[in-house]
Design a protein around this ligand. Structure first.
Ligand SMILES: Cc1cc2nc3c(=O)[nH]c(=O)nc-3n(C[C@H](O)[C@H](O)[C@H](O)COP(=O)(O)OP(=O)(O)OC[C@H]3O[C@@H](n4cnc5c(N)ncnc54)[C@H](O)[C@@H]3O)c2cc1C
Length: 277
């Protein structure tokens, strides 16, 4: 199928991009890497009046450290971040990025595009939630920052409104004594996860956090500090809030997420305590 007709604009500044979205009165769509939007247009699942290509907004093409945060602008491709020297400051990103589709997709897909798209089975929304990242949104009323815990409203629904651009994501850099784990199960390598987890553990106070994805309409994060393996497994099973589908039953996803949660929390703990991950 071919996309329905739309107007195409490629503004040069973030302000102009927001102005174009305002002009389209809720009928515009941002185009970043196009890896999700273009298929959606081709299948006519979206029929925007205007596609606002943000590819020329060089002001959003940056990866930089600001205090204790790694800030990633909206033009940064997933593959660019994977190879960026500063990415090592957020080890969970380096664990998660290779799971996103295939290298060719990551060469076009952006970090912010994945977060704005908010597929329930996507890796980067889970990373953002597990780390407590924050999202910088530019809209007609100016800029605002939203915590990841409040950002995801449901499947493909976030705090980014129809007249907004997600300008950047701020990931907290890892502190000393922090370790991480990440894994998912998919039907084939490169497919979206049937179930997945991101974990972090802090030596010293033993703080432990689990985020499950692919099991609900958004990533689900729980503090699991002090819980034993059986309690973690029970809690993880309880996070599955999806019915079964042709790829796997609800019970299968419960078993997957319970096993992954226990294993990846142990991995995070080993890494935090200085052992090999
Ligand atoms: C075969 C295939 C396999 C894939 N596998 C995976 C996978 O395993 N895991 C995974 O996470 N993803 C996967 N993807 C999706 C891919 O990672 C996309 O790159 C990503 O979901 C969207 O990023 P993008 O930059 O391409 O955004 P686009 O496709 O350009 O946009 C996606 C949506 O987000 C909105 N958007 C994008 N950027 C912004 C912004 N800065 N501000 C406001 N709105 C914005 C767009 O309007 C659109 O609604 C796969 C895609 C394909 C085609």
């Amino acid at each position: 199928m071919k996309a329905a007709p739309f107007a195409y604009v490629r503004p040069a500044t973030l302000d102009d991009a927001v102005a174009e979205l305002v002009r389209s009165a809720g009928e515009g769509k941002v185009l970043a890497g196009g890896q999700s939007l273009v298929p959606i247009l081709a299948m006519r699942l979206a029929r925007p009046s205007t596609v606002v290509d943000i590819g020329a907004l060089s002001e959003l093409d940056f990866v930089r450290r600001e205090g204790n945060e790694l800030v990633v602008g909206a033009l940064v491709r997933q593959r660019t971040l994977e190879g960026h020297p500063l990415a090592a400051e957020v080890p969970l990103l380096l664990l998660a990025l290779p799971w996103i589709g295939h290298r060719e997709l990551r060469s076009r897909g952006t970090v912010c595009g994945s977060i704005a798209h908010a597929d329930p089975a996507a890796e980067l929304p889970a990373v953002a939630c597990c780390l407590g990242a924050s999202l910088e949104i530019a809209g007609p009323a100016g800029r605002r920052t939203v915590a990841a815990a409040e950002f995801f409203h449901g499947a493909m629904a976030t705090s980014v409104g129809a007249e907004d651009v997600l300008a950047a994501v701020r990931f907290p850099v890892a502190g000393s004594g922090e370790g991480f784990g990440f894994a998912e199960i998919a039907r084939r390598h490169g497919d979206f996860a049937l179930a997945g987890v991101a974990t972090r553990f802090r030596a010293g106070d033993g703080e432990a956090v689990l985020t499950a994805f692919g099991v609900s309409d958004r990533p689900v994060t729980r503090d699991v500090t002090g819980l034993g393996d059986d309690e973690v497994a029970d809690l993880a099973r309880g996070l599955v809030d999806t019915a079964g589908d042709t790829h796997g039953s609800r019970e299968y996803r419960q078993r997957l997420v319970a096993a992954l949660a226990v294993r990846e929390l142990a991995r995070a703990r080993r890494a935090a305590e200085g052992g090999s991950a």
